[in-house]
Design a protein around this ligand. Structure first.
Ligand SMILES: Nc1ncnc2c1ncn2[C@@H]1O[C@H](COP(=O)(O)OP(=O)(O)O)[C@@H](O)[C@H]1O
Ligand SMILES: [Mg+2]
Length: 314
């Protein structure tokens, strides 16, 4: 299908032609929508309608000219996960004050901030454990903020919680099996367990030991391993470095990098900005429930505020 098949019906347009190929990559139209705010960068004025595409974030189609493939390819990824103006409360405590962020497929995005900034609240809101009073949480373009937590897990949004809450009385193997409880594809589960042992050989050595007898570092590995057993499409990690000795922190972060390199998208919440920015592609800085900075990890590392407040420089 060529570009000429792209047509627009009226203002809130339907895009005709529901699948195609751009620069060798396939796309599929999920739902034609009218979103005048969705605009590709560098795009000419005079476009009419945005189509919401799988694989393409948004497409505005000009009546006068077809959009160039270059613009399209730069818009190839719809965010896998997106928060839009999210407000979350604990009773009368306004913990998140309009958080907006996005995670693209394949990225490691980090959310850094001091103790009490709202990092865990953000992850709990994504996981459906807390319901935002205002705003939206979208996964692959669909709202999930009204869904119960188990549905969100089923969709592949899987959290390894703060403080590595593993089951102390269950063995390492049983803890990992719990992570796969929503699945019944036995052969695939066995393969994923192999993958976890490959990432964390230590867990294989401790296979029949109870979780509670593991060291802090091993428990963190188990918590991440258990989350991986759920086949995350996006893995939410809440302070994996917390309470660990520096050498273990390095090890855990290097493994997080490996998990991402194997194709898992990661939202990493951390107080340890130095380590988080070393492995992330992009980052957000959270201060008392608000995002004060958003940039590439490299730019954040060079940022004076970040250096002063979070990296102990200057
Ligand atoms: N269960 C709770 N009840 C009331 N307030 C809470 C609760 N959990 C967190 N908070 C408050 O919400 C804010 C954000 O907390 P949290 O998300 O845990 O921060 P972080 O993970 O960045 O350390 C803090 O002011 C904290 O005191
Ligand atoms: Mg926290």
């Amino acid at each position: 299908m060529g570009w000429n098949r792209w047509e627009v019906d009226g203002e809130c347009g339907k895009v005709k032609g529901d699948r195609g190929r751009v620069e060798g990559r396939r796309w599929r139209l999920v739902a034609p929508v009218c979103r005048r705010d969705a605009r590709a960068p560098g795009e000419q004025k005079g476009g009419l309608v945005a189509g919401k595409l799988w694989g393409l974030k948004a497409l505005r189609i000009s009546r006068r000219s077809n959009p160039s493939p270059i613009v399209l390819s730069s818009w190839f990824s719809m965010p896998l996960l997106e928060l839009k103006n999210v407000h979350t409360y604990y009773g009368s405590i306004h913990a998140l004050k309009g958080i907006s962020l996005s995670v693209e497929e394949g990225e490691i995005v980090t959310l850094i901030g001091s103790n009490g900034a709202g990092k865990s609240t953000t992850l709990r809101t994504i996981s459906g454990l807390l319901k935002p009073r205002q705003g939206e949480v979208l996964f692959r373009g669909e709202r999930i903020d009204h869904l119960p937590p188990h549905k969100i897990v089923e969709m592949g949004v899987i959290q390894s919680p703060e403080g590595r809450r593993i089951f102390p009385r269950l063995t390492v193997r049983e803890n990992l099996e719990v992570g796969a409880f929503l699945r019944n594809d036995k052969a695939e589960i066995a393969r994923d367990m192999e993958r976890v042992f490959h990432l964390f050989p230590r867990l294989y050595e401790r296979l029949n030991q109870r979780g509670g007898t593991l060291s802090g570092g091993e428990q963190q590995m188990l918590a991440i391993g258990r989350a991986l057993m759920g086949r995350p499409r996006v893995l939410l990690l809440d302070e994996p470095s917390m309470g660990l000795a520096p050498v273990l922190v390095e090890q855990i972060f290097s493994i997080i990098g490996d998990i991402n390199a194997q194709g898992t998208t990661i939202l990493l919440v951390e107080q340890n900005a130095l380590m988080a920015l070393a492995i992330a592609h992009r980052g957000y800085v959270l201060q008392t429930g608000e995002i004060v900075l958003a940039d590439t990890a490299n730019a954040l590392r060079e940022n004076k505020l970040v250096q002063h407040a979070y990296l102990g420089i200057g």
